[in-house]
Structure formats: structure tokens, C-alpha cells
Design a binder for this molecule. Structure first.
Ligand SMILES: C[S@@+](CC[C@H](N)C(=O)[O-])C[C@H]1O[C@@H](n2cnc3c(N)ncnc32)[C@H](O)[C@@H]1O
Length: 280
């Protein structure tokens, strides 16, 4: 049996440090363009903010959100199920989506749309899982169905990524190990287009947008909160009592890179990769 993964996610930390993730989605949602009868599968649905919006836009359809985090799924269920009879959430490690579809034939080949926002760069971190995740998205769709997603693309949050590696190295972690601690895979559009085509998709759109994103001003949020939540797997590489030192190091190192002169606001360099791919 696969080892149980630690759950780094909580809805509280997510809404304090990264509430913009489910909000900055107008482009990908316009590509999804839900029809009232659509059946939509949401991979890495998080705490369900966006998934519940999808459910509202398909009143005669159905939405299923899958996420590996028990904490996020618990929040999603308690926040949204009562208001949306066509919505369901399940705990599911999407790196094992192929197996999940095989053991739940009611999910296999049943979806008009497979959707994902800000999750595939986590789900596809391990090279061995990448092709199978895309193949599972393909298998889950009906013929004529569409896979629409947004994720981190090549160069996403490069300054924080680099600073996190530097913080580990500063605490004595060898550089190769520090790199390997990264929980993310940020592919280029060329890589993604090729891999989507390899599993059978016809790619209608595959594009990249540089979208600097402002950190929150919330207590417990800001850049430090973002680093604690999103960089949790890096921080596990240092002794627990020195974890805050590493967070402080990252913020200190980045201070002049991420702070805007005019108002002191803090921005990091998000790069979004979006695609629309058809199963013909
Ligand atoms: C940045 S959040 C995005 C959540 C949501 N899609 C949104 O737009 O708000 C990333 C989500 O990916 C989930 N995730 C990471 N690895 C996963 C995996 N292997 N399988 C399923 N979900 C995963 C996390 O638990 C987290 O909820």
C-alpha cells in the first residue's frame, strides 16, 4: 500500500495566504464555458470555492471535485454540499486517477469536461505520474469532451522557488536535495502540447501568461504565509525549530525584489499555463 501523505493544506491557511487562486480565474472559466447540462470533474478542487461555482453554472448537470487533502475536502463538503444537490467531493490522490477510474466505472468516460485550476503542477510533480495523469483525464472524458485547465507554467514563482532552495542550502541541505524538495512541476507550453497530443488529445489552445500576483495583507498571510503554506514540503527538509528561520530568510532575501516602491505591496511572478484539449 502507498505511504500515507502528510496533509499540508488547510482551508484557513489557504484563505489567509492565497485567496486569489480561485478568484483569478475568469480566463480559464471562459474557456470552460459550462453548459447547464455539463458533467464536470474537477481535479485538485481544494476547498471547493471554485467547484461550487461550477455546480451553480450547471443546474441540470453534475460536478465532482477530487482532492488529496482530507482537510480541504472536509471544508468543501461542510461549506457547499447543503446548497448544491448536484455537487459531490471525494478524497482522491489524482496521481492515482487511472486506478480510481478502473475501480469506479461510473466515473470512467462519463464527463463532458475535466477541469483543473492551480493543481496540476502539484499533481504532476513526480515525472513518473505525468503521462498517466493526462491519460486519466483523457479516459475520464466522453467522446467530444474537453479538458480545460490552468496551472503553473515554466518560470512560475521563480524568485520564491529560488529563495526556498537557497534557504535550505543556507541551513546545510545539499543543493541537489534542496532542488528535489520542490513540490512543483512547472512545464512549458511546448512540453504540455506534446504530452497532451501523445495521450490522444487534440489541443485547441495551449498558452502562457505572466501574471504578477499581489500577496495578501492578512495577519498570518503575506509572503511569509504563502511560503509556509505553498513551500511546506521545502520547509520539511529543515529541523522543525529552524523552519521559521528559513521562512524569514526567504522573505529577507526577496524583500527588494518583490516589494513595489509606490505602496510597499508585495508581488510574486506567477506564470500561468492554460490549455483546452479535446477528446475527439
Ligand atoms: C493551490 S490549491 C488549488 C485548489 C483549487 N483548485 C482552487 O482553484 O482553489 C492546490 C490543490 O491541489 C491539491 N493537490 C495537490 N496534490 C494533489 C494530488 N496528488 N491529488 C489531488 N489533489 C492534489 C491540494 O490538496 C490543493 O487543494
Amino acid at each position: 500500500m502507498a505511504a500515507k501523505r502528510p496533509d499540508h493544506w488547510t482551508s484557513k491557511a489557504y484563505t489567509t495566504s492565497a485567496p486569489f487562486v480561485p478568484r483569478l480565474t475568469s480566463t480559464v472559466l471562459s474557456y470552460l464555458s459550462p453548459k447547464p447540462t455539463d458533467h464536470i470533474l474537477d481535479l485538485g478542487c481544494g476547498d471547493g470555492v471554485l467547484t461550487s461555482q461550477l455546480a451553480s453554472s450547471v443546474p441540470s448537470g453534475r460536478v465532482l471535485g477530487l482532492d488529496a487533502s482530507p482537510s480541504m475536502i472536509e471544508t468543501a463538503r461542510s461549506s457547499y454540499l447543503a446548497h448544491h444537490p448536484n455537487l459531490e467531493f471525494r478524497i482522491q490522490d489524482c496521481t492515482r486517477l487511472v486506478e480510481a477510474l478502473a475501480s469506479h466505472p461510473e466515473l470512467d468516460g462519463q464527463w463532458d469536461k475535466v477541469f483543473s485550476n492551480a493543481a496540476l503542477h502539484w499533481i504532476m510533480r513526480a515525472p513518473a505520474t505525468r503521462e498517466s495523469v493526462l491519460a486519466a483525464a483523457y479516459a475520464a472524458l466522453k467522446r467530444g469532451g474537453t479538458f480545460v485547465f490552468e496551472m503553473g507554467g515554466a518560470g512560475n514563482v521563480a524568485e520564491v522557488h529560488t529563495a526556498l532552495i537557497a534557504a535550505l542550502v543556507a541551513q546545510g541541505v545539499p543543493v541537489l536535495e534542496a532542488r528535489e524538495a520542490s513540490p512543483w512541476f512547472f512545464p512549458s507550453e511546448d512540453w504540455m502540447r506534446t504530452e497532451l497530443e501523445k495521450v490522444g488529445f487534440t489541443v485547441e489552445k495551449c498558452e502562457v501568461e505572466y501574471r504578477p500576483t499581489r500577496m495578501t495583507d492578512e495577519k498570518g498571510g503575506g509572503l511569509a504565509g504563502w511560503v509556509r503554506l505553498m513551500g511546506a514540503e521545502f520547509l520539511e527538509k529543515v529541523e522543525e525549530e529552524r523552519s521559521e528561520e528559513a521562512v524569514g530568510f526567504v522573505c529577507e532575501l526577496l524583500e527588494s525584489v518583490v516589494t513595489r516602491e509606490e505602496d510597499g505591496s508585495v508581488w510574486i511572478g506567477y506564470v500561468r499555463l492554460r490549455a483546452v484539449a479535446k477528446k475527439l
